[in-house]
Design a protein around this ligand. Structure first.
Ligand code: TRP
Length: 448
């Protein structure tokens, strides 16, 4: 096996990069949205079960495939199953999926930048909830303001990819993400001590099994895959950079743990505060973008905390969007032999075009609809609930049924030196449980 491939220098490097991809707007913006729309605690329990029994094995699977093949997705599938070229389809799903995700992700990132701007100019100061909500709605309906922030975010993402300086960003985020974590803890304390916070806390954490429905399970699976960056081959690429003596199971566990911890903190912050201020849990995007500024307003040093928080959230979004943009760029570069710069510019321009449409589709009375939803919501639902699920399903089938078991064992245990006991449990889940569970959820959704 060739060993000249660039690799992460330390265990922390792997975890930081994969966690950088995983932790992003999915945790702070999307997680509260889907929890709120799906009844709260029931959703959260299913979510945790899915992260543990499907999410974690899928992270392991992608890492195993990537490190075994020493290639990014399309090439990895070709290499591990040379007689069956069709499997590289999973690689293509990733390329298309990453492209579509970026198109609405950039819109949410634009709202984050807008929040940075508002925080900086002290625009939240002294405003009541109604005004902050009206302002946020105003942003959704303000074509130019949205497009400009989308353009800034897309430009920064593309610039980093062209210059190949992701590693530099990761170095900073190793310092910055712990700061984000500390601010989240401070926010938690503030939020749960607000008047009436208890109702929000029980909405999020007090189990009510009667609310579990097929829809809740589908949404939880989609959110888990989205949040962990699974099913699009992004982690296969990262896996190909992991050092051979690194413990894949424990690295995967750390990524899943950090990601879930941040999402949980977001829930503990947003629901108590939302209930306290009278924001409905189904409020969608305004959960994160109006609840949080309201909390900051009531804190000592709120101006400062609010500004730092939104800057860090934008950086968290950036480390995710970089991992997403890299997928189509690597494909154009490797398979179509384009230069990195050309590949990035073409992809970024295409993403930006679709991103403008996704942003505009949220305006009041916008005709930009698909399947009865705004194009923004359609892109979100199609990628999280269908593409990523299909990608994840094919990934476990590939690893469980196409790759030799001895290859899996060898890669998972680093040639027999670690995790000998865990290997059978993971293999069983990857081969039988995960394909069955994901396929059942997928089919139930398509039959609806
Ligand atoms: N996981 C990221 C988030 O929660 C989004 C993301 C980054 C992603 N890379 C991905 C989602 C790859 C799916 C696939 O914000």
């Amino acid at each position: 096996m060739e060993n000249n491939r660039e690799s992460f220098k330390s265990k922390f490097g792997v975890i930081a990069a994969a966690a950088g991809s995983a932790i992003g707007l999915g945790n702070i913006y999307r997680f509260p949205c889907v929890v709120g729309e799906n009844g709260g605690s029931a959703f959260f329990i299913i979510y945790l079960i899915i992260v543990l029994f499907l999410g974690l094995p899928l992270i392991v699977s992608e890492f195993v495939i990537g490190r075994r093949a020493q290639k990014s997705p399309v090439g990895a599938f070709k290499k591990l199953a040379p007689d069956k070229k069709g499997w590289s389809l999973i690689g293509y799903i990733g390329v298309i999926g990453a492209f579509l995700i970026l198109s609405f992700y950039t819109t949410v990132a634009a709202w984050t930048l807008d929040s940075v701007y508002r925080a900086l100019t002290n625009a939240y100061d002294g405003k009541d909830l109604a005004t902050i909500q009206t302002d946020f709605n105003g942003l959704l309906n303000n074509t130019w303001r949205t497009i400009i922030f989308e353009a800034i975010f897309m430009f920064i993402t593309a610039y980093i990819i062209i210059r190949g300086i992701e590693k530099g960003i990761e170095k900073y985020s190793k310092i910055l993400m712990p700061v984000l974590f500390v601010i989240l803890i401070v926010l938690c304390v503030k939020s749960v001590t607000l008047p009436g916070a208890g109702d929000g806390l029980s909405f999020f954490l007090k189990p009510d099994f009667s609310k579990i429905t097929g829809r809740v399970i589908v949404q939880a699976l989609g959110q888990a895959f989205f949040s962990l960056s699974i099913g699009m081959g992004v982690l296969i690429t990262y896996g190909s950079y992991i050092a051979k003596n690194d413990n894949l199971a424990s690295s995967s566990l750390m990524v899943a743990l950090f990601d879930t911890l941040i999402a949980t903190l977001a829930g503990i912050i947003i629901f108590p505060a939302a209930f306290s201020f009278g924001i409905k849990p189904e409020a969608g995007a305004s959960l994160a973008f109006t609840t949080l500024p309201m909390i900051f307003q009531q804190m000592n040093g709120g101006y400062f905390f609010c500004l730092i928080f939104f800057i860090l959230l934008a950086i968290a979004a950036l480390t995710s969007s970089i991992s997403l943009l890299e997928a189509p760029v690597a494909y154009f570069k490797d398979e179509l032999k384009m230069s990195r710069k050309k590949a990035t510019i073409i992809t970024a321009v295409l993403v930006f075009g679709l991103c403008i449409i996704s942003g505009l589709s949220l305006q009041d009375d916008s005709p930009l609809k698909l399947f009865g939803m705004s194009i923004f919501n359609a892109l979100d639902a199609f990628t999280a609930n269908i593409l990523m699920t299909v990608g994840g399903l094919l990934t476990v089938i590939f690893l469980g049924w196409k790759v030799r078991k001895s290859d899996f064992n060898d890669e998972f245990t680093n040639g027999g030196s670690v995790n000998m006991k865990l290997k059978n449990i993971f293999y069983f889940i990857i081969k039988f449980i995960a394909p069955l569970a994901i396929a059942t959820i997928l089919v139930s959704q398509l039959l609806k």
